[in-house]
Design a protein around this ligand. Structure first.
Ligand code: NAP
Ligand code: MG
Length: 402
């Protein structure tokens, strides 16, 4: 069988720990035998980031702007323990944060629904897609520890040199302070990508912030969404029979729990980070969720929403068998290959991605799955496979389909 052709390389961003192990298995067993894979490889593993003073993350982001489509493995965001573990020169920033700051845009995350893995919220009948703003707020904040009493102010120095000041707090002892920002242009493109995605999916769009408390910051998000909706999207939403709905974040959370699903939930950066983990685990597993960053210029970065599965990696290093779910990482690859196929006019490549996804779903629905799913499935007598066996089980079903 001849291999499926590619034209433009994918930007391949390798990562850390257990997901790095899965990354290689996925390439070896599920992609390289069938696709004449072209990638431009960037090693975002922590060791390489440290060696390059994190330049490799910036280079990978710039390459994504050049080629348009990237696929990323989960990576460690260092904390104090990681600085020690890896002997780091610095506590490098989150690679996802760096990539998102360079590409801007919105991260869309949707659960992968399979028969036999039922959401633990009984009334959820349809997937809920999270649209997470990928720029700014706490991910681009400046923070300071305040060691002792003193005054902290916000100072805005205008182009003409004049200043506006505002008191943050008059400290009478130690504390902490944080300065956050966002950009109107980024919020506008976030709003447009959510409205466009809702029209594309023909689903209602919900948006929520804490505008009652954050009367300038969050209120700006609310106002920008409403202005763009009224000016550019209202008629098209009416025609499509879908609605745009804004509410307070507390109210949104309560309504989401009572809903049937089947809508898009636009979230500010932090809300989207936290709520997508809540949704994916409530829909079944952290590893059963797709995630794609769509930039306003039309660059795409596909990834898994979960982390590097550290606990499993240490078992793997100890020579113990692991049962780590590779579905989200496989779907990152299929998302990227399909998009490359669409952009380059390669229907065979897009069809390959569809078949690989179908093979993953069939494997689980036929009762062969990893431990995270075996624990919660409603299918009788599931077979719990190791990380490697699960990928081999997918390969058998993929070969039947090719
Ligand atoms: P995690 O890697 O998502 O894992 C948390 C737990 O969720 C695991 O211990 C495991 O539960 C379960 N889990 C997650 N993915 C799984 C999978 N594919 N198959 C089976 N079970 C899975 O989060 P973490 O342990 O908090 O973070 C580890 C590292 O990942 C950190 O260094 C963090 O910085 C990084 N991180 C990276 C990204 C990213 O690059 N996108 C996102 C989040 C976190 P059990 O242990 O109970 O089996
Ligand atoms: Mg998260």
């Amino acid at each position: 069988m001849s291999k499926i052709e590619m034209k433009t390389p994918l930007v391949e961003m390798d990562g850390d720990e257990m997901t790095r192990i899965l990354w290689q298995m996925i390439k070896d067993d599920l992609i390289l035998p069938f696709v004449d894979l072209k990638t431009e490889y960037y090693d975002l593993g922590l060791k390489k980031r440290n060696e390059t003073d994190d330049q490799v993350t910036i280079d990978a982001s710039e390459a994504t702007k050049k080629y348009g489509v990237a696929v990323k493995c989960a990576t460690i965001t260092p904390n104090a323990a990681r600085v020690e573990e890896y002997g780091l020169k610095e506590m490098w920033k989150s690679p996802n944060g760096t990539i998102r700051a360079i590409l801007d845009g919105t991260v869309f995350r949707a659960p992968i629904i399979v028969k036999g893995i039922d959401p633990c919220v009984r009334n959820w009948k349809k997937p809920i897609t999270i649209a997470r703003h990928a720029y700014g707020d706490v991910y681009k904040a400046s923070e300071m520890k305040i060691p002792e009493a003193g005054k902290v102010e916000l100072v805005y120095t205008k182009a003409d040199g004049s200043e506006e000041r505002m008191l943050v707090h008059e400290f009478d002892g130690a504390g902490v302070v944080q300065g956050q920002h966002n950009l109107s242009a980024s919020i506008e493109s976030f709003a447009r990508s959510c409205f466009n995605f809702a029209l594309d999916q023909k689903q209602d769009l919900w948006f929520a912030t804490k505008d009652t408390i954050s009367k300038q910051y969050d209120h700006t998000f609310k106002d920008i969404f409403q202005e763009i909706f009224d000016a550019e999207y209202k008629e098209r939403f009416d025609e499509a029979g879908i609605t745009y709905f804004y509410t307070l974040i507390d109210d949104a959370v309560a309504r989401v729990m009572k809903s049937e699903g089947g809508f898009i939930w636009a979230c500010k950066n932090y809300d989207g980070d936290v709520m997508s983990d809540m949704l994916s685990s409530a829909f079944g597993s952290l590893a059963m969720m797709t995630s794609v960053l769509v930039s306003p210029q039309g660059y795409y970065e596909y990834e898994a929403a979960h982390g590097t599965v550290q606990r499993h990696y240490y078992k793997h290093l100890n020579g113990e068998e692991t049962s780590t779910n590779s579905v989200a990482t496989i779907f990152a690859w299929t998302g990227a290959l399909r998009k490359r196929g669409e952009l380059d006019g390669l229907p065979e490549l897009a069809a390959f991605a569809d078949k690989l996804e179908a093979a993953c779903i069939a494997t689980i629905e036929e009762g062969e799955m990893t431990g995270d799913l075996a624990l919660i499935t409603s299918l009788p007598n599931p077979t719990r496979l190791s990380s490697g066996e699960f990928i081999k089980a997918i390969r058998r079903r993929l070969e039947e389909r090719l």
